[in-house]
Every structure is written in structure tokens, then in C-alpha cells.
Design a protein around this ligand. Structure first.
Ligand code: PLP
Length: 347
């Protein structure tokens, strides 16, 4: 999420905020990618809202962007438990540009609407590991008429071909070749089928292992349809007497490609960000703004997520036999680890 602060008129019941810092925006973007569920209504009732069980992040969003102070709210449909809601509407909401990073969520849905269509721009990766691919590169949905021309100029170094060799602003050289474009179009046509196959396989595996005490499968929330780039799950280590690392190693020995930690460390701890190893010694772009390096404490739950996450690589060709084999391997590993922990308790 990128946010541009707008000091326009504020509706009654809403409040303006002081100008958010780069650190605030960075936190908001991380929060949205990790946890946020953002929806925005259409004009004229234009508003952007976030609904959460925990009021704390919303209070922080309120302090940064103003809008309505977080309040207790009961959703009209779906999960009917009380939760917390923040929103900004009208002029204020227009001041917040939403860029959806749905790089690996092709055709995923939230409340019967495809992701990538909520924001001003929606970005999808077509890199080779993704649900659909053309080798590399990606697709951007431009959902605002006033941004279409600018977006197409941006991928072509800001060069206006209509005006000759004129560069209107600084852009990237992200042009896709005709060959890649042809592959991407063919993949788009197959997309629905490929993603349905991923969904079917994920549902089948969850149905097979959900009942096992200590296994926590990725439940699909009401109103959502994921597109399953990966199958991400966790185990209750204390209950099972086995660490996530050992459990994964044992699954891998059984031929199930289970992995740990998608990233070895949070991106902000990489030298490129932490030591500003960017362009020569310039430190740019960090040196150009009031950038302060975040810490792990800024992202509650991050450490636990890193420690517990178990990843199964997923694809559209998983057969019912693959699901059987995976479920069988889980049962076998758990039976063995339970035996080992019982034996070690006896000695
Ligand atoms: C959330 C997210 N955004 C962006 C990307 C980068 O996509 P690409 O490799 O096409 O640049 C990735 C890569 O996996 C990703 O996970």
C-alpha cells in the first residue's frame, strides 16, 4: 500500500492526522500485506476501510491517516463476530492511493471480487514459479483512467513515442517482448483451470489432515478464494513433541517437498536495506527520505511466524495420489515422532 497524505476536507465524525513519516507508511504497507483486509466502496460513497480483531494497528493507522476513530463493528455477513473497523471516506480516502501487490494471488477473490481490482493499481508476477507464467515479468491492472497513460509510459522509461524521443519523467525499462506477451496471453486463458486444480488439491489435503490434533491447516476465511501459490501451514510443536524443523526434515525424507522459512530473515535486515548497499555510496533512495530502519518489534507476530511456518510447494498438477502420499507421510512422521518422544520420556 502506498499512501499519499491529502489535507482535503474531512467529513464529520472523521479526523485529520499529522503528516505520516516514511516509517509510518512503511509500517502501514507491511501491515496491509501481512494482515489487512482493505475494501473500498465505489463512488459516490467512496471510502477505504480496514477491519481487524485487534484495535491496536487500527489506532496506529488512525493516528497516521486520520479518518474515523476505530470503533466496534459487526459485519453484515460472513464472520459475524464483533471486530474493530477504521475508515476514511470522501476526500480523505481519495488521498490514499492503493497499490495491490497480488504478485502470487492470480484470480484470488475477496467477497466475490478478484484481487487486483480493489486498488488503483494491481500487480501480478509472471515469474517462473507463479501460478501462471511467461518466464518472467508481470502484469499490472490499472484501475483508474487517469493513470493508464502514465503507467504505460513508466514501463518505457517515461518516453512518449507520440512526441518522438521525449522523456516526460523518469521511468523504468520494463517492456515485455512479443514472445513473452504471446505466452502470457495463452497462460491467462489457462489460468482458471490451473488455479482450480490448485484449489482442489489444497482442499483435498486440508480435508485429509485437518482432524489430526496438532496440525493446523490453512483454513479459507469466509468470503475468500485463495489461489494457492504455496500451501502454508503450521504444527503445534509442544503438543506433538516435535519442532517445525525436525517435522519438515522428516517429511522431506518421506519425499514431501516441505520447506521452512520463506525468507531467512525479514527483508529490512538485508544489507541492501540495513546498510543501504544501493547505488555506490549514495545510499539512495533511503538517503532521500526520512527513512528509519524498522525492527522486528515493529511487526508483532513476525518472529513466531518465521519460527513456525511450514511451506509445501504447490502446483496445478498435483494428483489425488500425491495428496494421498502427502497425508500418509504426515501420519507416518507423526507416529514416529510420538514414539520417539514417548521413548525419550521413559529414559
Ligand atoms: C509479494 C510479492 N511481491 C512481489 C514479488 C516479486 O515478483 P517478481 O519476481 O515478478 O518481481 C514477489 C515474489 O515472489 C512476492 O512474493
Amino acid at each position: 500500500m502506498t499512501a499519499h497524505f491529502n489535507t482535503g476536507r474531512v467529513r464529520s465524525g472523521e479526523c485529520a492526522a499529522s503528516k505520516p513519516t516514511t516509517r509510518d507508511l512503511e509500517w502501514a504497507a507491511g501491515f496491509y500485506e501481512g494482515e489487512g483486509a482493505i475494501s473500498r466502496g465505489d463512488d459516490p460513497s467512496f471510502q477505504i476501510s480496514i477491519v481487524q480483531n485487534n484495535p491496536e494497528p487500527l489506532t496506529r493507522v488512525f493516528a497516521m491517516f486520520g479518518g474515523r476513530r476505530p470503533y466496534i463493528y459487526r459485519p453484515a455477513k460472513g464472520n459475524r463476530k464483533d471486530c474493530w473497523r477504521w475508515y476514511a471516506s470522501g476526500v480523505r480516502a481519495r488521498g490514499i492511493a492503493l497499490i495491490e501487490d497480488c504478485s502470487q494471488a492470480h484470480l484470488a477473490e475477496y467477497r466475490e471480487r478478484k484481487v487486483g481490482t480493489f486498488g488503483d493499481l494491481g500487480c501480478f508476477s509472471l515469474q517462473q514459479s507463479k501460478q501462471i507464467t511467461c518466464g518472467d515479468g508481470g502484469l499490472t491492472l490499472v484501475n483508474r483512467d487517469d493513470l493508464i497513460e502514465r503507467a504505460s509510459l513508466f514501463v518505457d522509461k517515461g518516453r512518449s513515442r507520440a512526441m518522438g524521443r521525449v522523456h516526460l519523467f523518469l521511468g523504468q525499462n520494463y517492456r515485455m517482448t512479443e514472445l513473452q506477451g504471446a505466452v502470457a496471453r495463452a497462460q491467462l486463458e489457462k489460468g482458471v483451470r490451473l488455479i482450480e486444480a490448485r484449489r482442489k488439491a489444497a482442499d483435498a489435503l486440508s480435508a485429509r489432515v485437518r482432524h489430526i490434533a496438532g496440525i493446523v491447516v490453512p483454513e479459507v476465511s469466509v468470503g475468500t478464494r485463495p489461489s494457492w501459490w504455496l500451501y502454508n501451514w503450521v504444527i503445534e510443536e509442544a503438543k506433538l513433541g516435535v519442532s517445525a524443523d525436525d517435522f519438515c526434515d522428516a517429511l522431506s525424507v518421506e519425499g514431501v517437498p516441505a520447506g521452512r522459512q520463506y525468507l531467512p530473515r525479514p527483508l529490512f535486515e538485508e544489507d541492501v536495506i540495513a546498510k543501504r548497499n544501493t547505488f555506490g555510496r549514495s545510499g539512495y533512495p533511503f538517503s532521500a527520505v526520512d527513512y528509519t530502519l524498522p525492527t522486528r518489534a515493529d511487526f508483532p507476530g513476525l518472529e513466531e511466524f518465521f519460527r513456525r511456518q511450514i511451506i509445501l510447494s504447490w502446483n496445478s498438477r498435483l494428483s489425488s495420489k500425491d495428496i494421498d502420499d502427502t497425508a500418509h507421510a504426515v501420519g507416518k512422521v507423526l507416529a514416529a515422532t510420538t514414539r520417539v518422544s514417548r521413548l525419550s520420556n521413559e529414559f
